[in-house]
Design a protein. Structure first.
Length: 185
C-alpha cells in the first residue's frame, strides 16, 4: 500500500513490491495473480485502514457540527504529520487508474459513495437539529465535504503548512453554514 502511495501504480515496479513486502516475485503472483491484483488489494486495505474508521466516526452519534469539524481537523493533522507527503490512494487511483480500469473505478466509486452516504446522514441530522442551514440538499453538501477532504489531501502534498490548510477548512465550514465567522479549532 505504501509503495503505491509513494509512486503510484505506474511508478511502482514488481521489484518495488517485492522489496516493500519482503515476499518473492513468484509468491506475489501466486497470492494476487498480477500487479493489478495486488494494487486492488492495496486499495481495499487502504479503505479498511483509513476510510472505514472515518465513516464510523461520522456515525458515532455526536453532534453533526462537532463530527465534521473533527473530520476536517483530523485530515489536516494526518497531512501535517505525514512527512513523506504520501498520496491518498483513493485520490491517486481516481487520477491514475479509473479511466482505464473498471475494477479500480468500481472500488473508488464505492469508497467515495460510502463516505458521501455517511456524510449525507449526519448533515441531514444536523439540519433537522438546527445545527446547519437546511436550504441546501444534504447530499449536495456531503459531496462538497468529500471534495474538500480530498482537496485537502492534494493541497497537503504541495504545502503541509497547517495554518494554510486550516484556513481552507475554515472557508469550507463557512460555506456549509455550520457557523458564522467561527474558527473550527
Amino acid at each position: 500500500m505504501t509503495a503505491f502511495r509513494e509512486h503510484g501504480y505506474e511508478g511502482t515496479s514488481i521489484q518495488d513490491l517485492v522489496e516493500a513486502t519482503g515476499v518473492g516475485r513468484g509468491s506475489l503472483y501466486a497470492a494476487f495473480g498480477s500487479k493489478e491484483g495486488l494494487y486492488l488489494a492495496a486499495v481495499d486495505r487502504y479503505r479498511e485502514q483509513y476510510v472505514t474508521p472515518l465513516i464510523e466516526l461520522l456515525r458515532d452519534g455526536s453532534s453533526a457540527r462537532k463530527v465534521i469539524r473533527e473530520v476536517l481537523v483530523a485530515r489536516i493533522d494526518d497531512i501535517v504529520r505525514d512527512g513523506n507527503r504520501l498520496a491518498c490512494l483513493i485520490v491517486s487511483a481516481a487520477m491514475e487508474r479509473v479511466a482505464d480500469d473498471p475494477e479500480t473505478a468500481r472500488r473508488v466509486r464505492a469508497t467515495t459513495e460510502s463516505l458521501e452516504d455517511a456524510l449525507t446522514e449526519i448533515i441531514a441530522a444536523g439540519q433537522a437539529a438546527g445545527e446547519f442551514n437546511g436550504e441546501r440538499d444534504a447530499r449536495d453538501l456531503a459531496r462538497f465535504v468529500v471534495t474538500t477532504l480530498q482537496g485537502l489531501r492534494v493541497m497537503g502534498a504541495i504545502n503541509t503548512d497547517r495554518r494554510s490548510l486550516m484556513a481552507a477548512a475554515e472557508v469550507a465550514v463557512g460555506a456549509l453554514g455550520l457557523c458564522s465567522h467561527a474558527q473550527i479549532i
